[in-house]
Design a protein around this ligand. Structure first.
Ligand SMILES: [Ca+2]
Ligand SMILES: [Ca+2]
Length: 226
C-alpha cells in the first residue's frame, strides 16, 4: 500500500513537472538610467528627493516643482498646460529608501500606481552621504516601447504641501535652474552620459535656502542593451 502511494506521489510529481516546467528567471532589462545627484550638504532622510519624468515627446514641456498654490501632488505639477509642466513617472527618495511611481490620473489628487523599487539605490559616501545614485530599469517605466526622449527634473523639498488652503509660498526646495523652472531633455536611443553644464541648464549650489536640498551637480547615464 505504501509502495503504491509513493508510486502515485511520484506520478503526480512528474505530472506536475510536465505541466509546470521550471521557468528560467526573467532576464534583467539592460535598458537603464543611472542618475547621480550631488547636494551641497549631506542628505536629510526626512526630506523628499524626487526624480520626475515626462515622456510626452515634447521637449518644451517637462516636470516643474509646485512652488505655490495649487500644490499639485504636494511637490510637483503633474499637468499644467499653461506652465508647460507634465510629470508621468517619478522616483521618490525618503527615509533612505526609493520607490518608482506612475501618475495615473492627471487631476487632483493625482492618483498614482506603485511600480516598485528602482534597480538600485546608493548613498555616497556611506557616512554622511551628499550623493544619491538611482538606477532605473527603463522597462519598468516603458514595458512595450521606449520613448525617443524623456524630460527630467530633480526636485527636492523639505515637506509635502498638501493643504489646499496653505497660501505660504514654498521656501525649502531646489530643482533645475535658478528658479527651479527648468528641466533637461534626454534622448534614450543610445548609451550616453549627460552632465551638468553640457547643455543650456546649469545647476550649482547656492540657489536653495537649505543646503541639504541644494542640488549642486547631476549626471544622467543612459544605458541601452549592453
Ligand atoms: Ca515633455
Ligand atoms: Ca542648486
Amino acid at each position: 500500500m505504501a509502495q503504491r502511494f509513493w508510486l502515485l506521489a511520484l506520478l503526480v510529481g512528474m505530472a506536475g513537472c510536465a505541466k509546470f516546467p521550471e521557468q528560467p528567471p526573467a532576464p534583467v532589462s539592460r535598458d537603464r538610467l543611472v542618475i547621480t545627484l550631488t547636494y551641497a550638504a549631506p542628505i536629510n532622510p526626512a526630506f523628499f528627493y524626487y526624480i520626475a519624468v515626462d515622456d510626452d515627446g515634447d521637449p518644451l514641456t517637462g516636470p516643474l516643482p509646485a512652488l505655490t498654490r495649487p500644490w499639485g501632488n504636494g511637490w510637483g505639477v503633474p499637468l499644467d498646460e499653461r506652465l508647460g509642466s507634465r510629470i508621468h513617472f517619478f522616483v521618490e527618495i525618503n527615509r533612505q529608501s526609493a520607490q518608482v511611481f506612475r501618475i495615473e490620473v492627471f487631476e487632483p489628487p493625482f492618483t498614482v500606481r506603485l511600480l516598485g523599487p528602482p534597480l538600485d539605490l546608493a548613498f555616497i559616501p556611506q557616512n554622511q552621504p551628499n550623493q544619491i545614485r538611482v538606477t532605473i530599469d527603463l522597462r519598468q517605466l516603458f514595458p512595450d516601447q521606449l520613448p525617443e526622449r524623456v524630460e527630467l527634473n530633480f526636485i527636492s523639498v523639505d515637506e509635502l504641501k498638501t493643504d489646499p488652503y496653505d497660501n505660504t509660498p514654498r521656501t525649502g526646495f531646489d530643482a533645475l535652474g535658478l528658479t527651479g523652472n527648468e528641466f533637461i531633455s534626454i534622448p534614450l536611443h543610445s548609451t550616453q552620459t549627460f552632465r551638468n553644464g553640457q547643455g543650456a541648464v546649469s545647476e550649482g549650489s547656492g540657489d536653495s535656502r537649505v543646503d541639504a536640498l541644494d542640488l549642486a551637480d547631476w549626471e544622467v547615464r543612459v544605458v541601452r542593451g549592453e
